[in-house]
Design a protein. Structure first.
Lengths: 169, 580
């Protein structure tokens, strides 16, 4: 039996009331393992684009694609799992009650990680990271190790688009 | 010209060729009913409960091949449709269900009789939509009918708010449909068909497995001709029953949980299973790892999502059953090495038929065979449970005969209202409903509808005073602990009783008196000698239903049976009752 692995889907869907509920309901109703789902309007205001990550074996994943394809509200299903794509996720980390030397460490670490300091007060700041999910995982791990009781993390779920010449996933 | 939404609704139904509308009014549908007042272009039928209504529309659709159309009010009117919508969805029945809704300005306010019916139905219908702008109404109705009847058919729900009903707008009803996310597959992949034809030509033990998709597509005649041309035997699921005449020499029988020995043996032993229009649900396959394990599998289905879902197949073909059967017929040649295979199955069918012991005064087999004898052609509906299984086991289907049964969802209470819909849609055919005493009581109020519509339905109740299918499982697998399955049980009965006898309280209701209260003939049959006469009397009632209550052995079982989780080859063909 093939093993479960992480998969990526990109959907074009009708930009209508209830479409998000339809798609998320399909995952919950059929016990598919949904990891993240992002949705937003495209250049055409009648169409939205969803980026979905999930875990499943080949058979389940085939079934997910078929179930999505047969939904009237879904215009097109793209499987990004093994395609060259660009994929990015936004991560905000708010840190507070920082001492002076901690603040210096955060600025240093942010520079090393390539993360922007997007807001600041004398003892608090907000980091903004637009990176791949696994890079964000690593960055989050660092700040959790040192600031767990004084931090807030908000992740957006990844959005993805097919590559032109190079890929970044 | 500007017209109201309700007027466009009526116009749309006329343009869609609707001849029967199943409708129950209420506060948020009253404006639509006002527009229907005096309308003579189609028949507006008023059932007695919205669940009965939607099953009637479903029975109408299955009997005619047309789309069943429902109209109910918001809130409870809408939620009462839910079971029927799910029933239609699982059996691929085309329905368009209109639900009244509170005005768009009130949606979300928990207004009186407001419910998010689109949200409730999203997972159990083919498509559900709320009309939010008057200018979308015509397009949405047009799309609803198109989606319901094309591809793999199914129910579509259109939620129709009161302000949109009354808003003035264009009187145009579109002629064309274009939905960018919905393009039903057409055509057949000839390469795959040729591959299947090669496999069939070289198979030693080829078998056709025919599901409900063949009946829905109207591919029965083509299927029969194909089987005859190739000399390949055929088994069916219960939804596929009737695709071939049941007395056809190549028809081996129903397979699955309560199939006959020959059919289940055929599936277990075949080396090519050529299946058309079935989704291989668990009642069909038994233990998946043992299912047709000696066979290569070809699977034709209109729904790509039904292919390689439960059973991994060797040759998948996404196509309409009728078109695929026709195209396959052109290229297929008889198998070269299958001598003796069909004959072996025919011999097994004759040797091990499904037969109940003719004990006692009256068996379910006697009753269904009575239907066979009295109604050479008929539309027969069933409820769910033992009555359904006995019917699928013993009913003969010939000519224009059809069996309507809730195969996927297994909905008790389906039989009588479905028969009403069938009788309205097919006045040329006798209609017989078969129910148990449990399921009948779930929608018995619809007798009034049958009386008011003057429908000569023969309503059969197989009364064993039990919820018999569950009782049988309790007897066979739960040590005879008859928990909540006895319908005679009253307050004074012992909590642990599993031993029905003459001291049991009388049954309620008295079905014969119930029939009389509806002004129709009620007949109680207790002996097999009385069956024919009862059906004769029913047939003589040309403008009213007739209720026949058959008192059967309280503990009659359905056999053979493949217990849940067993392989098809592990059938229980005999069950000895302890101490009896």
């Amino acid at each position: 039996m093939d093993t479960a692995k992480k998969r990526w889907l990109s959907l074009y869907v009708e930009n209508d009331v209830g479409v998000l509920a339809k798609i998320s309901g399909l995952f919950s109703g059929k016990s598919y393992n949904l990891l993240s789902l992002t949705v937003g309007e495209t250049e055409d205001p009648t169409v939205s684009r969803m980026t979905i990550s999930m875990v499943g074996d080949d058979k389940t994943f085939e079934q997910v694609k078929k179930q999505l394809n047969r939904s009237v509200e879904v215009i097109k299903v793209l499987d990004f799992t093994d395609l060259p794509i660009h994929k990015k996720e936004i991560l905000f980390i708010k840190l507070r009650a920082l001492k002076r030397e901690e603040m210096e460490d955060v600025f240093r670490s942010a520079a090393v990680f390539g993360v922007a300091v997007t807001d600041y007060d004398r003892s608090s700041l907000i980091l903004e990271s637009v990176k791949t999910e696994s890079e964000n995982d690593d960055i989050l791990k660092y700040y959790k190790k040192h600031f767990l009781s004084r931090m807030e993390a908000v992740r957006g779920g990844a959005v993805a688009v097919e590559s032109v010449s190079r890929s970044d996933r | 010209m500007k017209i109201k939404g309700t007027q466009l609704f009526v116009k749309a139904l006329i343009e869609e060729g609707v001849d029967t509308l199943f409708a129950y009014p209420g506060g948020m549908a009253i404006d639509i009913f006002d527009a229907l007042y005096g309308e003579t272009s189609f028949n507006v039928v008023l059932p007695r409960h919205e669940q009965g209504l939607v099953h009637a529309a479903d029975g109408y659709a299955r009997a005619t091949g047309k789309t069943g159309v429902c109209l109910v009010t918001s809130g409870p009117g809408a939620t009462n449709l839910v079971t029927g919508i799910a029933t239609a969805n699982y059996d691929s029945v085309p329905l368009v269900c209109f639900t009244g809704q509170v005005p768009t300005s009130l949606i979300g306010n928990d207004a009186f009789q407001e419910v998010d019916i689109v949200g409730i139905c999203r997972g159990i219908c083919k498509y559900a939509v709320t009309v939010r702008r008057r200018e979308d109404l015509g397009r949405i109705i047009k799309e609803a009918f198109y989606i319901a009847r094309t591809g793999k058919p199914g129910p579509v729900l259109v939620d129709f708010p009161k302000d949109i009903q009354n808003a003035l707008g264009s009187d145009e009803y579109p002629q064309e449909v274009s939905i960018r996310g919905y393009k039903p597959s057409t055509g057949v992949h000839m390469g795959q068909l040729k591959k299947a034809a090669d496999m069939l030509a070289n198979a030693k033990r080829p078998l056709f497995l025919v599901g409900g998709g063949v009946n829905i597509a109207g591919a029965g005649e083509g299927m029969t001709a194909l089987a005859e041309k190739l000399g390949v035997p055929v088994v069916t699921t219960i939804m596929g029953k009737g695709a071939l005449p049941t007395d056809h020499p190549l028809y081996i029988g129903n397979m699955g949980m309560h199939g006959n020995v020959a059919s289940n043996t055929a599936v277990s032993e075949c080396d090519l299973l050529f299946s058309i229009g079935t989704r291989f649900n668990d009642r069909i396959t038994g233990k998946i790892s043992e299912f047709a394990k000696n066979a290569k599998i070809v699977h034709i289905d209109i729904d790509a999502a039904s292919i390689s879902r439960n059973i991994v197949v060797d040759v998948p073909i996404v196509a309409d059953a009728k078109e695929a059967v026709e195209k396959f017929s052109e290229i297929a040649v008889p198998p070269k090495h299958a001598e003796g295979w069909a004959e072996r199955l025919q011999a097994l069918r004759a040797e091990k038929p499904i037969a109940m012991p003719r004990e006692g005064d009256l068996t379910p087999q006697d009753i269904i065979e009575g239907i066979n004898a009295q109604f050479p052609e008929a539309i027969v509906t069933t409820d769910v449970g033992q009555n359904q299984m006995w019917t699928t086991q013993f009913l003969q289907l010939r000519g224009k005969s059809k069996l309507l049964t809730s195969g996927g969802l297994g909905t008790m209470g389906y039989g009588l209202p479905a028969a009403i819909g069938a009788a309205l849609g097919r006045p040329d055919m006798p209609v017989v409903s078969v129910s148990g005493d449990g399921g009948f009581q779930m929608n018995e109020q619809e007798l009034a509808t049958a009386v008011c519509q003057e429908l000569p339905i023969t309503v059969c109740i197989l009364n064993n005073s039990y919820l018999g299918n569950v009782r049988q499982w309790q007897e066979m697998f739960y040590g005879g602990r008859y928990s909540c399955t006895c319908l005679k049980k009253r307050k004074g009965c012992a909590a642990w009783c599993s031993n029905p006898n003459a001291q049991c309280p009388p049954y309620i209701p008295d079905f014969v008196k119930l029939a009389e209260s509806y002004g129709i003939e009620g007949i109680r049959v207790t002996k097999r000698e009385e069956i024919a006469a009862a059906f004769e009397r029913a047939k003589a009632n040309k403008k009213a239903p007739t209720l026949i209550e058959f008192i059967i052995d309280r503990e009659a079982d359905i056999l053979p049976m493949v217990p849940g989780g067993n392989a098809l080859s592990e059938m229980v063909t005999e069950y000895k009752k302890e101490g009896k």
